[in-house]
Design a protein around this ligand. Structure first.
Ligand code: ZN
Length: 327
């Protein structure tokens, strides 16, 4: 599904995209080769970097990250990744982007402290942002699990040491939703919001549990929800999203490829439209899907036959963006 559709020319904002899911697979292969990276046994570089059909589960969908987390091993190669990511955004007529990265893997791979890795990433995104004339902000992603608090604290410490750059617009929680994280993680997210003015988005309700969305709103003080596909299962959650104007980042292609929505099921965005739950269309990991944000627009259109929402999408993306001063 390459991007020749009528939505390609619509001006767009991207509110949910992971940096390493945006870099083209040819660049990934090139860097793996150039950096002499040993490929995990059983990983086929010709097939396993993309997910083109619905995966059995989220774990299968995450296969490409077995190698994506092994690059880049130099600042120059990070620059190449970021430049390629912006070139892909430009091709989709994206005017502003909130890029997500967990940063910590960059620090480990390159043997530098978290502060240095964060400053590299910010500088490279700023360079590409001005080269491609795409406004940008960075969202720091933390994965669920035992080390979530330690990782978030390390990221926030680096953020503080760099004098709290405005360029970092939010924090995000991702990873397997059934994994337990330390109880104080919600408190840490809330504290980051209160102390540093960071916005919060949480991957929640992607694996079928509406309770995780409730948790994201109540405990983590989420401003937006990533995916939120299980929201429709709870009237209380739908009401909470609608009344508090909490925007759901709907990723139509991703939701089908991860298996978040069964093939014979309707996409729950239909219910969001019916009940006035705010949402924006996003691409999540377009290069893994061999697609672009325009394809997500097309997928949404095929699911809903609703053109009006797509015509107003850019205004909504601006409204719910964490980047200030978008016009
Ligand atoms: Zn995501």
């Amino acid at each position: 599904m390459k991007t020749q559709n009528l939505f390609k020319h619509y001006p767009k904002g991207e509110l949910h995209v992971h940096l390493n899911g945006l870099v083209s697979t040819d660049i990934v292969r090139k860097l793996l080769h150039q950096e002499y990276t040993s490929i995990p046994p059983g990983f086929d570089l010709n097939q396993d970097l993309v997910i083109l059909t619905p995966a059995r589960n989220l774990e299968t969908y995450l296969k490409p990250w077995e190698v994506l987390r092994l690059i880049p091993k130099s600042r120059a190669n990070l620059a190449m990744i970021v430049d390629n990511a912006f070139s892909n955004l430009k091709e989709q007529n994206i005017q502003f982007v909130e890029l997500r990265s967990s940063v910590l893997y960059l620090s480990k791979l390159n043997n530098v402290d978290v502060e240095t890795a964060l400053s590299w990433l910010i500088d490279e995104i700023k360079n590409a942002s001005s080269k491609y004339k795409i406004k940008a902000g960075l969202i720091l992603t933390v994965s669920r699990g035992n080390f979530a608090c330690t990782h978030l604290s390390a990221l926030l410490e680096a953020f503080k040491n760099l004098d709290r750059p405005d360029f970092v617009v939010g924090i995000d929680l991702a990873g397997y939703e059934d994994t337990t994280s330390p109880l104080e993680l919600g408190y840490l997210f809330e504290k980051a919001k209160n102390d540093f003015g960071l916005n919060i988005t949480i991957h929640a309700g992607e694996t079928g549990n509406a309770g995780n969305i409730l948790d994201a709103i109540v405990r983590f003080k989420a401003d937006r929800i990533g995916h939120g596909t299980a929201a429709y299962k709870s009237a209380a959650v739908m009401e909470l999203l609608q009344k508090n104007d909490i925007c759901v980042e709907v990723c139509p292609i991703s939701n089908r490829r991860t298996g978040a929505i069964e093939e014979n099921e309707k996409h729950p965005v239909v219910e969001f439209i019916k009940l006035g739950v705010p949402f924006v269309i996003c691409s999540d990991n377009p290069s893994i899907h061999a697609s672009g944000l325009s394809d997500d627009y097309l997928c949404f259109y095929n699911e809903t036959e609703n053109l009006e929402h797509l015509q107003n999408m850019f205004e909504k993306q601006k409204k719910y963006s964490f980047i200030k001063g978008l016009t």
